[in-house]
Design a protein around this ligand. Structure first.
Ligand code: CP
Length: 312
């Protein structure tokens, strides 16, 4: 595997999950694989889990991670071709990506969407520019439309916690005060579509995600109906796709409560706003597996880096 920028880069998700479980059981087994190799982590946006777990994954493989907050600390980057750069941008991605490629054997990038320009977001301008102008493999640490390290993590976590061969998994929208990206939901959907699960999506009207991603997955606008017999409830807020980037509904009746959850396991990529997205009684209960889920971020990232390093 050269790059990891999408769940579609996973050829066989069951094989990947098994390999991730093996890495989790023996995280330092491949400590020599990344010796004298450098992972550059470039953040255009905030992060806690991705930033730390991807560094931890690199360290478990013997790599040297180096981190930069691009938005705050680097020169303003230009991504358009042919621009007369007499504005706020001081360096073109052509030079920046080529230069960073000389310092790093793998480059991982986080760059969120604008949520105002659908066409630009769907073109994955930042991730694609790094793939075009860098000479080393690129890892997506959450882009405009996908968060494939999170999606792989979620698949691993469901595989670990499932009690029946084919569990029912519900992706449920929940309210939030801000307009949030679609990336986590998109990658979760793509991961579940590759797994042997009964998968449904629940969201209010006006929040249907990109139909090219949801495909044939059933979408319920009635949360209670979707939650019936659920084994896992994966919760995430996202802004409207149709009325792009807008908050069209903040109905508190969509918040996840213990009554709604029943015996299902609760999952969320974190960070999560307590008592807005989900009530305390869920997060503080044994039903919640969000901490264990976050722990798996390390092994998902480690598997991706291992596959890239093995590819030479
Ligand atoms: N889930 C996730 O990506 O967390 P961070 O934004 O803290 O990295």
């Amino acid at each position: 595997m050269k790059h990891y920028t999408s769940i579609n880069d996973i050829d066989n998700i069951d094989d990947w999950i098994e390999e991730a479980k093996q890495l989790k059981a023996n995280p330092l087994k491949n400590i020599d694989l990344g010796k004298n190799k450098t992972l550059g982590l470039l953040f255009f946006n905030s992060s806690l889990r991705t930033r730390l777990s991807t560094q931890k994954a690199a360290l478990n493989l013997g790599m040297n991670p180096i981190v930069m907050n691009v938005s705050g600390d680097a020169w303003g980057l230009e991504f358009e071709d042919g621009t007369v750069m007499n504005g706020n941008t001081a360096e073109h991605i052509k030079e920046a990506a080529a230069v960073v490629s000389q310092y790093c054997n793998v480059i991982a990038v986080r760059a969120f969407p604008t949520l105002t320009d659908k066409e630009k977001d769907e073109s994955e301008q930042v991730m694609n520019a790094f793939m075009k102008y860098a000479s080393v493999p690129i890892v997506n640490m959450e882009s405009a439309t996908g968060h494939p390290l999170q999606g792989l993590t979620d698949a691993l976590t469901i595989s670990e916690y499932k009690k029946v061969a084919k569990p029912k998994v519900v992706l449920s929208w929940a309210p939030h005060i801000k307009a949030l990206p679609h990336a986590v939901a998109n990658s979760f959907i793509q991961a579940m579509q590759k797994m042997d699960v009964e998968f449904v999506i629940a969201n209010p009207e006006g929040y249907d995600l990109n139909p090219k991603i949801t495909g044939n997955t059933p979408i319920y606008h009635n949360q209670a109906e979707a939650f019936k017999d659920a084994d896992f409830v994966y919760t995430k807020n996202w802004s409207s796709y149709e009325d792009y980037g807008k908050v069209v509904n903040t109905d508190p009746n969509w918040m996840i409560t213990k009554d709604k959850l029943k015996d299902a396991k609760f999952m969320h990529c974190l960070p999560v706003r307590r008592n807005v997205v989900v009530e305390d009684a869920v997060l503080d209960s044994d039903n919640s597996i969000v901490i264990e889920q976050a722990n798996n971020r390390t092994y998902a990232a480690q598997l991706v880096l291992k596959k890239i390093l093995e590819n030479g």
